[in-house]
Write a protein of this length. Structure first.
Length: 289
């Protein structure tokens, strides 16, 4: 580095020292989280809304809350944009699958159950992400690719759709399936729905909340159901918390659901229970909190 460049560089560091120090602290905190495995893994059942069969579990990794990352969302928001995104994603994926396989060892009947894995699309799309890392992980844990559904959301990502399509197709060829997460929130545009052509659409909880009372939400959900039925896609309603929501979704013909009313995220793998919407005593809001 030339002298004048060095001086400029040092000036830059001095000028931005607060931001740089904060960044440094965040990185240190992420590394400490990984080193100490201070991450909890939860499994939430996904049920069919007609018979109440548990057909899948979504795996949720939640890092312990800390000063710099008070919520899980803040943690993922930072990691997604940071240079350690690949490393963190690989670590979390490994942890999630290892905990999942430990759990299902005791439940032989559920060995082939579907597993919904949240993956940051910018990680899958990263040129340095080796596509076989994920497939090798599955192999290690004796999970088959057609058991796996990758949940993708565009929440924070600037995705280059053209670059992304071949990546998705690669995983599809290997047998994995795709779920569009957080559908209806505005993060995932209609365009995303078209290019991703997912096997599952997960309708965000904000659309499900009190759906029985909101015409706009009903209209949007009906549109999604119509689109899904024409494109051979299955719909999963997320965040079902009340009997009245469940009952309305059943009437609409939504195939599958997830939410506190059906089964909370738990550190153990367990089957969800579909509440009886016809039982009058159940018509009252469940005390779920
Ligand atoms: Ca998800
Ligand atoms: Ca979701």
């Amino acid at each position: 580095m030339k002298n004048n460049q060095m001086k400029k560089f040092l000036d830059y560091i001095i000028e931005n020292k607060n931001t740089l120090y904060l960044e440094f602290q965040k990185r240190e905190e992420v590394q400490a989280l990984l080193n100490t495995e201070k991450v909890k893994t939860f499994f939430q059942p996904i049920l069919t809304l007609d018979k109440g069969t548990t057909i899948a579990y979504e795996i949720l990794n939640r890092p312990e809350s800390s000063t710099l990352f008070p919520t899980t969302d803040k943690f993922y928001e930072y990691v997604g944009k940071s240079s350690c995104a690949l490393q963190v994603e690989h670590f979390l994926c490994n942890l999630a699958l290892s905990r999942f396989t430990n759990q299902i060892k005791s439940l032989k009947a559920q060995k082939d159950i579907l597993v919904f894995l949240n993956i940051q699309p910018q990680v899958l799309g990263d040129v340095y992400y080796q596509r076989d890392i994920l497939l090798n992980l599955l192999d290690n844990y004796q999970l088959t690719p057609n058991q796996i559904v990758l949940e993708l959301t565009e929440r924070d990502a600037g995705i280059n759709h053209e670059q992304f399509i071949p990546i998705i197709e690669y995983y599809r060829e290997k047998g994995l399936r795709i779920a569009l997460d957080d559908a209806g929130t505005g993060y995932n545009s209609l365009q995303t729905l078209l290019y991703l052509n997912p096997e599952f659409i997960k309708i965000d909880k904000s659309l499900i909340r009190n759906i029985e009372e909101h015409h706009e939400k009903q209209n949007l959900v009906e549109l999604i159901i119509e689109f899904a039925s024409k494109s051979n896609t299955k719909v999963i309603a997320e965040g079902i918390e009340k009997i009245s929501e469940l009952s309305y979704l059943q009437q609409l013909g939504v195939e599958m659901g997830q939410g506190y009313a059906l089964g909370r995220p738990m550190p153990q793998v367990y089957k969800g229970i579909l509440p009886d919407t016809k039982n009058v005593a159940n018509q009252l809001t469940l005390d779920l909190y």
